[in-house]
Ligand binder design. Sequence first.
Ligand code: GLC
Length: 746
Amino acid sequence: MRLNQLTLVAALAAAFPLSTIAADAPAAPAQKPWLDRSLSADKRAELAVKAMTREEKLRWVFGYFGTAFPPKTTKPIDGAIPFSAGFVPGNPRLGLPDLLETDAGIGVATQNTPKPRERTALPSGIATASTWDPQIAYAGGAMIGSEARLSGFNVMLAGGVNLMRDPRNGRNFEYAGEDPLLAGTMVGHAVKGIESNHVISTVKHFALNDQETGRNEHDVRIDKAASRMSDLLAMQLALEQSDAGSVMCSYNRVYGTYACENDYLLNEVLKKDWGFKGYVMSDWGATHSTVQAANNGLDRQSGQEFDKSPYFGGALEEAVKNGYVSEARLDDMATRIVRAMFAKGVVDNPVQQGGNIDFAKNGAVSRATAEEGIVLLKNDNKVLPLSKDVKTIAVIGGHADVGVLSGGGSSQVYPVGGNAVPGLEPKVWPGPVVYYPSSPLRNIQALAPNAKVVYDDGTDPARAARVAAQADVALVFATQWIGEANDATSLALPDNQDTLIDNVAGANPRTVVVLETGGPVAMPWVAKTPAVLEAWYPGTSGGEAIARVLFGAVNPSGHLPATFPASEQQLPRPKLDGDPKQPEQRFTVDYKEGAAVGYKWFDQKGLTPLFPFGHGLSYTTFSYSGLASQVKDGRLHVRFKVTNTGNVAGKDVPQVYVSPLAAKWEAPKRLAGWDKVALQPGESKEVDVVVEPRILGMFDEKSKTWRIAKGKYKLVLAEDGAGKNATSVTVDLPASTLDVRGRLRK
Ligand code: GLC
């Protein structure tokens, strides 16, 4: 179709949105076999789509924003839940419900409004990843999915799993760090938890949307095989482990083509190679065409108000009528969507608003996640845990008197009890800045009722130092707010907090730094502070979780899912690509590091980070023994014993890394597996880690296979990626080939 005809079609479509072109809908059918629950989701979807008119099929592929979008709309489409992310009208004639969509990965979000829905917020995604416990991730997902359902939503736009290629990415807090196996596993379990509530969830943002600067326009270049072993592997694992009903394609271009009209990503990788049977929804504002997008794998335009045109509205109807998009492709689009609705129980378990939410129970789920995700980075001279008999405690900065920080953007969940620190800039997108009203100070006071707790807001470092000097221990809370659509300008803590920490540490040798950050930050003062906790954005009950870790009511067991660089000069791109002041500028981001993301890059370059991937201390100690490996049922098993050699109960995260002694990989080692083991003092447990075979191979794009080279491999069991407490064995593996989904080829 020539450009001028397309322009005409788009103009027509804009003038006549779909709903006014519709033919008279036929009467309700006498029989609705697709509602027969004994049939498979495939069969039910096939029957339902067969009963649809073309107009009815088209309605499923055209999604609306659930909130007014001035100047295009002054009020949201009828039926949408107020200040929600999305809405797609259902089909009452066929007994198929509306699709009511909410963000996002840490709970039921609300678009910016003076009266937001107040819901439970999990800690940030990176905090959940720091637990290294897939069951914790599942439980958190199950909790927020239940709140979504009780709020009337049947779609939850969660499952963010973009890899941390850059520690300054403004959405790192929503994701799960730098390693594809850890990230894919943790997010896969979280999405499975959400979908256990008969709610469709997503895995997003597909793919390689690994920075926010210029997100709508930048063009990612990366070796295809390298992407398969990094970003795409994280998504592949998340999809395998969750069976998510939907994938959200991303804003950026990949190899020159927008991700949401990218035949290679959507048709070849996702649908053909991986066998994805769900549907691809665009990100909001990520649809850029009708014919190209539909034929290259996009199944649903989302938040059509954000796009230049209603591409999947009348224009798609015209394109189908004129044969530029086949009827069969339209059937496939509608079938994928409706199949997900049957498969996830959305049709058989209709949602309704106004359900009764048990916020106390859900707050406890959030707290459990925060407690397991807090990472004890440093604890010299056992400054921690604090004794409840401590006499004077100085609590300084970070609004620690009233609350804990959360991240900004579409994932923003507004807390029960309201924003503890209203009015901070930015008040508009991706703000507002929200603190959850879970006060570290009040919870510290509760755990040390006889202590004198003095608060200083930290705005005057000299005054704060004087307060610290009077105390037995000084707790400095340092915050870094990041938000969607923007990257952190540097790894430095903002607002002069480095000076604050330096001054306080100079005044009191027992200074503990508690970080509430979206991701890795620089710590120029770290030599002067004996103890450092990374609490991330700790969620609805974060103040309680922090206090319980500080006093040892909980023994910290978090481990870093991302490397903390010693400086930005160590990064593949010391300066982030693109210009934040020109968001519409098109530029190329060249991921020359390929699959060597995070610790793999540091290992390849022989760089020493500030804190390594996998790092995390405990109030007890652990030892490893009996390391052995065995190939059984085609899988490599790594067995060992973990012992708690200290005098308090605790949880360890023994990590298994694999290094080829002959084959050539992108980096010296890869994470091959781990476990999380709870042990009483003196207790031991046998662990059996089964290695995901794709981690042992190199992906070959031409044959679309994972090739495991014959030869020796070193298996290292350690407490972190730097080889702490390491013990190792060597295993001899035969050559083998796995298909694109990691299955052994006969
Ligand atoms: C956003 C985000 C996406 C979110 C969607 C709906 O811009 O990129 O993660 O789910 O729009 O709010």
